[in-house]
Design a binder for this molecule. Sequence first.
Ligand SMILES: [Zn+2]
Length: 199
Amino acid sequence: MLRKLLVCALVWASAAPQALASDYNLQLALWRQVSFPLDNFLAISSHFGWRKPVGASLKRSKASEFHSGLDLAAPMGSYIRAWADGRIQKVGYDNRCGWHIVTTSAEWTSTYCHISAVAVQEGQLVQAGQVVAAVGSTGRSTGPHLHWTLRYQAKLVDPELVLQAMQLAWQGQSAPPVLPSQDVPEPVQADRSAELPEI
Ligand SMILES: [Zn+2]
């Protein structure tokens, strides 16, 4: 019995790190192929995750809201570039995201919100770095910026962690593995079209 347990433990111990290493190597390979998604980048104007509601007065404290992506400020009309090789899954409009594009790349899904112009059509294949749209302020937005949402296997990932890992990989350094966020409220995770903040 003890020997059986020991064998099981050994098998697990040898299999688990290999699985992680394989995912990690896949990520490292991906980081070297992808592109920064924006020209004329000025600043991060809002981080991914929990934040105070936009426009909330200091007197009236409202509950925090979850920001599903990363806001990258850039001048109106700046080019937005496909983050990775993939396919244009959707070009659409909704009240919060404004005009937007959704691209898929293997198990990754990328959404680019608030755009002012579109350079691609649904179903089109794109390469990393290809111009797909232009920065705007359509939908729920207070100024020109790219709101970039990133999902891996349908789970939200913090795009800022991906940008940091890309930078390290481009410098030939090792980067920590990027995992989906554990702190996402269920409605945000489950329903992409719900009335949720997308500024
Ligand atoms: Zn945003």
